[in-house]
Design a protein around this ligand. Structure first.
Ligand code: GLV
Length: 320
């Protein structure tokens, strides 16, 4: 029986799978674990389930100890995990792709609808009991039909966003260093373009790429200047892909029309300039937040951990 540490609360199904085979020490408190508590909790673990709020770096891995075999991140994004540091110690790291694809694309699409149709603004009118009346010109937004969505990062979530956009009568362009499998693009009529061209032609730019050194501040002053003044940006990927100060400046200058954000550069902090902007929709990182998806993520992370501890291949490794 191995020792598995779970550094934050996860759905019971994931814990039950782990408990069926191993001793499990799980953080059970409502509030997130602190760094010091985390470094203490992971001591002596053979396997660890982490959330994206934990930094899995050399200090973390060394605190766990040399017996550690696997870190299963309960997220598709693994920018919180130092993969080379894991590899140097022979620790397998895994993530949770696929199970959250549709839910995250729903979130991106929801943000696009909210910001282009000014739904957040409308809701604030009602909640603040501001007097209002139906009017021909009242709170008019931008229709999506016939418009172009530019998808930055045509991985599984990007493709799922493209499918939704196509169903709503939008044209799709995308930018990516990699080519998705041809089957994934079938029926989408999606055109691959450079990032600069994507920024010039899109009515909505939606980010679906991983956060890497090469995607840090991928959208900054220069890129916002390329966008149409009527265009919107949607980010359901990772906050630091956008230079948040540059975004605020572009919105203030009217260089772009609005933004829908589920993630922030210094999460959970949000740039104060965004808070009072009516043309901005702000969500607290809800991308994969459904009961079904979070359960599937916990189950996949548990299965990854169990496989490695049994000496079998992990299902979705990020280490080589
Ligand atoms: C959430 O942001 C994830 O990467 O799963």
């Amino acid at each position: 029986m191995a020792r598995v540490v779970v550094t934050n609360r996860i759905p019971a199904e994931g814990l039950a799978a782990l408990r069926a085979e191993h001793e499990v020490i799980a953080w059970e408190h409502e509030e997130c674990i602190s760094r010091a508590e985390c470094l203490e909790l992971v001591k002596g673990a053979d396997g660890i389930l982490t959330l994206l709020t934990e930094k899995v770096d050399a200090e973390f891995l060394d605190a766990a100890g040399p017996q550690l075999k696997v870190v299963a991140n309960v997220a598709v994004g693994y920018n919180n995990v130092d993969v080379p540091a894991c590899e140097a110690r022979g620790v397998v790291a895994t993530n949770t792709p696929r199970v959250l694809t549709e839910t995250t694309a729903d979130t991106a699409f929801g943000l696009m609808l909210m910001v282009t149709r000014r739904f957040g603004e409308g809701e604030r009118v009602i909640r603040s009991q501001t007097p209002w009346q139906w009017g021909m010109f009242y709170l008019l937004g931008m229709g999506l039909q016939g418009k172009t969505v530019g998808i930055v990062g045509m991985g599984q979530i990007g493709v799922a966003m493209a499918r939704r956009a196509k169903a709503f009568g939008m044209s799709v362009v995308y930018a990516d260093d990699y080519d998705p499998p041809a089957a994934a693009l079938e029926g989408l009529d999606a055109r691959k373009v450079t990032l600069d061209e994507l920024l010039r032609v899109s009515d909505v730019v939606s980010l679906h790429c991983p956060y890497l050194p090469s995607t840090h501040h991928l959208l900054s002053t220069e890129q916002f200047a390329l966008m149409k003044r009527t265009a919107f940006v949607v980010n359901s990927a990772r906050g630091p892909i956008i230079d948040e100060a540059a975004l605020v400046a572009a919105l203030e200058a009217g260089e772009i029309a609005g933004a829908g954000l589920d993630v922030f550069e210094n999460e959970p902090a949000v740039h104060p300039g965004l808070l009072s902007m009516e043309n901005v929709v702000l969500l607290p990182h809800l991308g994969s937040a459904t009961v079904e998806t979070r359960t599937a993520m916990a189950e996949l992370a548990a299965a990854n951990c169990l496989n490695v501890l049994r000496g079998e291949a992990p299902i979705t490794p990020v280490t080589h």
